[in-house]
Design a binder for this molecule. Structure first.
Ligand SMILES: C[S@@+](CC[C@H](N)C(=O)[O-])C[C@H]1O[C@@H](n2cnc3c(N)ncnc32)[C@H](O)[C@@H]1O
Length: 265
C-alpha cells in the first residue's frame, strides 16, 4: 500500500514547468489520504523524534510572532479561526495573546488531532469560548464554522494548500479579515523530498513508532507559483517573507515562508 503511493505518478508539474499550470488534484483523494495519515500520526506527532517538524514549527511561530509585534493581530482580534490546528503547537503560542472575550474556532480534518488539541486549549485558557470542528477546509460546506473571522491562522498549511482552500476561506472572511499562512520553503522542501526522504515533491514522510511510515500530502510552491496562486485566488499580500534556520538539514537550512494577506472583495 505504502510503496504503491511512492510509485504513483504524481508528476512534478510544479517543479518542472516553466509556465504556471496548476495540477488539478482530486480533492477527495487528498482529503482521504491526509485524514488517514494524520489520524495515525496524531498520538505521536509531538515526539521529539520528529525533529524537522519541530524546526519548522519554531520557524513558523517566529515569523508569526514577528507579524504580531508589528500588527497586533492576535491580541486585537475578537474572532479567530485556526485551520489545521493539529496538536496545538502553534495554538499554545498564540492563545495566551488573545483577549479573554475573544472566540476561537479550530478546524482540522483529523479527529485524533482535535483530541490531542482540546486538553491543551483547556489547560491554557479554560475561559475562552472555543469551537472544535472536525472537517476538511477543502470541502464544499465549511460554513458550519459560523460567521466571519477577524483573523484566520493557517500554520504549516502545506497539507491543504491548494486552490479550493481559498474559495472556502473567502466565505469565512470579510473586508477587514486578515490571513496568516506559513508553509515550508520550496527550495529546501524540494531538496528534502528528493534527496533525503525520497518521496514525491507533493508528499512528506513521518516515521511512526511501529516503524511504518505515513505520507501525507504537503504542497510547496516556487516563488512565482506562490505569487500566482495567491493573486489568482483574490488575495492581496500585505507581507511575505522567509524565515531560515541556521542549522542545515540535508545540506540546506530549513526555511518557512510567512504570508500576511487579505481578500480583495
Ligand atoms: C503540519 S500539521 C500543522 C499543525 C499546526 N498548524 C502547527 O503549526 O503545529 C497539519 C494539520 O493540518 C490538518 N489537515 C490536513 N488536511 C486538512 C484539511 N483539508 N482541512 C483541515 N485540516 C487539515 C492535519 O490533520 C494536521 O493536523
Amino acid at each position: 500500500m505504502k510503496s504503491s503511493i511512492l510509485k504513483d505518478s504524481y508528476i512534478d508539474v510544479h517543479a518542472e514547468s516553466k509556465s504556471i499550470s496548476w495540477v488539478e488534484y482530486n480533492v477527495s483523494e487528498v482529503e482521504q489520504i491526509n485524514i488517514a495519515e494524520y489520524n495515525l500520526l496524531a498520538p505521536e506527532y509531538d515526539l521529539h523524534s520528529h525533529e524537522t517538524t519541530r524546526t519548522l514549527e519554531s520557524l513558523s511561530w517566529d515569523s508569526i510572532h514577528e507579524l504580531e509585534n508589528q500588527y497586533h493581530l492576535c491580541s486585537h482580534s475578537r474572532s479567530v479561526l485556526e485551520v489545521g490546528s493539529g496538536t496545538g503547537n502553534l495554538t499554545r503560542k498564540f492563545l495566551p495573546l488573545l483577549d479573554d472575550n475573544a472566540e476561537i474556532s479550530f478546524i482540522d480534518s483529523s479527529i485524533n488531532m482535535l483530541h490531542e488539541l482540546a486538553p491543551k486549549v483547556e489547560a491554557i485558557n479554560s475561559k475562552i469560548k472555543s469551537h472544535y470542528i472536525c472537517k476538511s477546509i477543502l470541502s464544499p460546506k465549511p460554513d458550519i464554522i459560523g460567521s466571519k473571522h477577524d483573523l484566520v491562522l493557517c500554520g504549516l498549511a502545506d497539507p491543504y494548500f491548494i486552490n479550493p482552500l481559498f474559495f472556502h476561506l473567502r466565505s469565512l472572511c470579510n473586508t477587514s479579515s486578515k490571513l496568516i499562512i506559513t508553509i515550508p520553503d520550496y527550495v529546501w522542501g524540494l531538496a528534502e523530498r528528493r534527496d533525503r526522504l525520497q518521496v514525491p515533491v507533493n508528499r512528506t514522510r513521518f516515521k511512526l513508532i511501529s516503524g511504518e511510515f505515513v505520507y501525507p500530502y504537503s504542497f510547496i510552491y516556487s516563488e512565482p507559483e506562490l505569487n500566482a496562486l495567491l493573486s489568482s485566488n483574490g488575495l492581496r499580500v500585505i507581507e511575505k517573507f522567509t524565515h531560515t534556520n541556521s542549522a542545515p538539514i540535508n545540506d540546506l537550512p530549513p526555511s518557512v515562508i510567512c504570508i500576511l494577506a487579505e481578500f480583495n472583495f
